[in-house]
Design a protein around this ligand. Structure first.
Ligand code: U2F
Length: 520
């Protein structure tokens, strides 16, 4: 059966059930976005032409809402608890439905059946933590993880590491008239503080930067409270209490500045603020936060270092929309406020966070990702071709030409592969970004051979095959080359000063990092 795009979401709203506060929040959101989804579906249909899309039957098990898991989120919906997850789940359901697939939604373990799974995993799972035996032997065993899945089966909220699939969520997209209206209606001296829970105001040293901000701007908050004003929130702050999502958007439309205190990490709100024409100001973390040094990340299956409250906003959006400064440095902080007040910014939403962008990405995953084949070694016949290598002058870069795709025929197409030998201590995630590319773990099998080392003119004295998430790599002292023995451990993330990693990179679409140029 062919999947047919849908623009009427009323049946989906029925499927979502009722009762729980969390489901009510999600349904309101889905309803509000109906027109945006419909328009996005139209645009994507046009873009795809007549391509055949098979209708899938998809069971969506919203694990965090089950009674069996304690459903800790539902009671906190109206109290400033995490809504980011609900935003994402609502959008996933809408996207699957709009794409025309058959959906069943469950919030009970009893209804969970054995199926080919994809896991919604906010912060991601790195391969070293995913491989049970390796994690246990090498200290990567955590509360989550060690599921031995293909790491691409984990789908994240932001594109943290390309080892996982970037799922995302959506934010409202404005047309030019709306953008102009917002720009005209901005109060240049109005700031909104990021955070719905009073606990974020307990931050040490906040008095200093808040009093600086207060010199220039009227400070608003949306902090949940029961009867009296939360004592953590200073009197000069105008607190609206937790707002329904549409009213929160209205507040952002008027505000000039959205300011983060360092928590929550990596949520949706900064994207909404930027989409509504705010500047997002956030603190730089030095040293960076990670599961090694911060309570929030402890036990999460990742070693990723987080250099600011919202690394995506910092790295993928940046100035003039995003300012990342050291809050302990009063001069730097004050200079930023002054600069922001005189900077004009347009509302901005990266394409990958529009409805069309999310539909496009999920369409590509459904169409092309195949978890029934293991992530390597390269299938028989996928030999490293002799001729298509082009060696860069310094011999650290090799390029595949179009012929290479014939060798594997998989997705993403192999001709988008660009291989680099990273410098010592550099992870493949960063090494690829250094060259304006993104690491693509499904290409590792191409590089995991003696042949590949030879083509890169790496002077291997010896070659060995072992289980190590940093391999394939070259160890300088000893001039030894190492191949990866366990395909599940191919990992973009991870580095050691002992190794120069062999990294598979690829190009990507502007504003849609999950997809290569020829990936649709
Ligand atoms: C994050 O979850 P949060 O819910 O804390 O994320 P936020 O960025 O604060 O925003 C979630 C939504 O809350 C909405 C807003 C956002 O879409 O429109 N909202 C609202 O409805 N009313 C208000 O007054 C203020 C905001 C994050 F998503 C997760 O990654 C983390 O796990 C979690 C940690 O607590 O924080």
């Amino acid at each position: 059966v062919q999947a047919v795009f849908r623009s009427n979401l009323s049946h989906l709203l029925e499927l979502m059930g009722s009762g729980k506060e969390s489901l009510i929040f999600m349904k309101k959101r889905t309803k509000r976005f109906t027109a945006q989804w419909a328009l996005a579906a139209q645009r994507l249909a046009q873009k795809l032409g007549g391509v055949r899309r098979e209708q899938k039957q998809i069971l969506v098990h919203i694990g965090f809402l089950t009674e069996e898991s304690g459903d800790v989120f539902s009671p906190r919906v109206l109290k400033g608890g995490p809504l980011g997850e609900m935003v994402q789940w609502a959008d996933i359901l809408a996207a699957l439905y709009v794409l025309g697939h058959g959906l069943r939604i469950t919030v009970s373990l009893k209804e969970l059946q054995r199926c080919r799974i994809r896991v919604i995993d906010t912060f991601g799972t790195e391969p070293a933590y995913n491989h049970e035996e390796y994690a246990t032997l090498h200290g990567y065993r955590t509360n989550w993880g060690y599921w031995n899945l293909n790491p691409k089966q984990f789908m994240t909220m932001f594109p943290h590491t390309p080892d996982n699939s970037f799922m995302g969520f959506v934010s409202e997209e404005l047309n030019d008239t709306e953008k102009q209206l917002i720009k005209d209606g901005k109060a240049s001296n109005m700031a909104v503080v990021y955070g719905k829970e009073a606990s974020i105001w307990k931050l040490q040293g906040k008095e200093k930067f808040l009093s600086i901000l207060n010199k220039y701007m009227e400070i608003h908050g949306t902090v949940y409270y029961e009867s009296q004003r939360p004592p953590e929130v200073p009197a000069f702050v105008k607190n609206h209490g937790l707002l329904p999502q549409p009213e929160f958007q209205q507040l952002l439309r008027k505000a000039k500045l959205f300011i983060g205190f360092g928590f929550p990490y990596e949520g949706p709100a900064p994207l909404e603020a930027i989409a509504n024409g705010c500047v997002f100001l956030q603190s730089r973390f030095s040293p960076p936060h990670s599961s090694l040094n911060h309570e929030f990340f402890r036990g999460k299956p990742t070693s990723r270092e987080v250099f600011s409250q919202h690394p995506y906003a910092e790295n993928f959006i940046g100035k003039p929309h995003v300012w990342t400064v050291d809050y302990n440095n009063s001069e730097e902080f004050e200079a930023a406020i002054q600069a922001i007040m005189t900077t004009q910014v347009d509302p901005y939403l990266p394409y990958e966070y529009t409805c069309e962008g999310m539909l496009e990405r999920i369409h590509a995953y459904i169409q092309h990702q195949d978890f029934c084949v293991s992530p390597g070694p390269a299938p028989p016949g996928a030999r490293v071709p002799q001729s298509p290598f082009i060696l860069a002058p310094n011999a650290t870069h090799l390029e595949w030409t179009r012929n290479a795709s014939l060798a594997l025929g998989a997705w993403p197409p192999a001709h988008s592969l660009r291989a680099w030998l990273a410098t010592a201590g550099r992870a493949c995630t960063d090494a690829c970004l250094d060259h304006g590319l993104i690491c693509e773990p499904s290409f590792f099998p191409f590089l995991n051979s003696q042949d590949a080392f030879q083509k890169l003119q790496v002077p291997c004295d010896g070659i060995e095959s072992e289980m190590n998430h940093l391999y394939p790599a070259f160890a300088q002292p000893g001039q030894e080359c190492f191949l990866q023995k366990e395909p599940l451990l191919f990992s973009c993330a991870g580095s050691s000063t002992k190794y120069r990693r062999l990294c598979p990179c690829r190009d990507f679409r502007k504003g849609q990092v999950a997809l290569c140029q020829d990936c649709l």
